[in-house]
Write a protein that binds this ligand. Structure first.
Ligand SMILES: *Cc1c(COP(=O)(O)O)cnc(C)c1O
Length: 249
């Protein structure tokens, strides 16, 4: 193995160890938590190493990155989710690439997805993105709006709601992020109690490199990890996460 291969494989193993430890600490079955590799800015050859060392799920924030990388990874068997802000004019294309969109956050997007999915004769798994930190710059629905929104989405046969996603407060201190995770968990419980027809609340996508243990403690079923596997990115996360800087994507 060359150095890069070694480094990526070692880091993924370390993440799985952290996941197992976190599960053990709160008596969860490790099989109930999946690792999604957040591969924004990561070139296809590094993603290939990660998949070949056993990773099965990746996520991108920009449709263009899927477009550029997927051809180089065609021979591999892995699952792709969309985890970024999605403009309606990118819906048709992104549907070619993914099995799940984790960032559904407004009715205009729901309607466009429905239209394109009907045309393609298929359905799609989705998560509803919640702005649990109430930061105006972040995407996602305000928590109070989520039950009403999901009740509406449930009317679209093309969309299978599987749960909730949040980015959470952007803070290096995991304890500061915990309230975001607790809020998502509370919403999950509330929606499970509502028992909306066709709506599953199985998945909670939350937790990143720095706070995955906290997220697992609070019920995450999908953690999304980038930096801890692939190293620091050259772009600030604002480029991907904030309203004013990526509105053209
Ligand atoms: C980049 C990104 C992640 C991963 O964050 P890291 O701190 O690099 O682990 C998770 N979720 C989303 C939506 C992201 O854009």
């Amino acid at each position: 193995m060359d150095n890069e291969e070694n480094r990526i494989t070692t880091r993924i193993n370390a993440i799985h160890q952290r996941m197992r430890n976190a599960c053990a600490a709160c008596n969860r079955d490790p099989a109930t938590v999946r690792l999604l590799l957040a591969t924004k800015t990561v070139p296809a050859d590094k993603i290939r190493i990660a998949i070949q060392s056993g990773s099965t799920l990746t996520g991108e924030n920009k449709v263009q990155e899927f477009r550029e990388k997927i051809p180089a990874l065609r021979d591999l068997d892995y699952e792709r989710h969309y985890i970024g802000h999605l403009q309606t004019n990118k819906v048709k294309e992104v549907l070619q690439y993914v099995s799940c969109i984790q960032s559904v956050d407004r009715m205009a997007l729901v309607q466009e997805l429905d239209k394109r999915l009907l045309a393609a004769g298929r359905s799609l798994d989705v998560l509803v993105q919640v702005n649990t930190s109430y930061e105006p710059s972040k995407f996602g629905l305000e928590p109070e709006a989520v039950p009403g929104f999901i009740q509406q989405v449930a009317h679209y046969d093309t969309l299978n709601v599987k749960g909730l996603m949040t980015i959470g407060l952007f803070d290096a201190d995991a304890e500061k992020v915990r309230p975001s995770f607790l809020l998502l968990k509370k919403l999950q419980d509330q929606l499970t109690d509502l028992g909306i027809n066709r709506v599953s609340m199985k998945e909670l996508s939350m937790g990143v490199s720095g706070d995955l243990e906290t997220a697992i403690e609070e019920g995450a079923t999908i953690i999304r990890v980038g930096t801890a596997v692939f190293g620091q990115r050259i772009y600030p996360d604002q480029f991907y996460w904030n309203e004013n800087t990526n509105s053209k994507s």
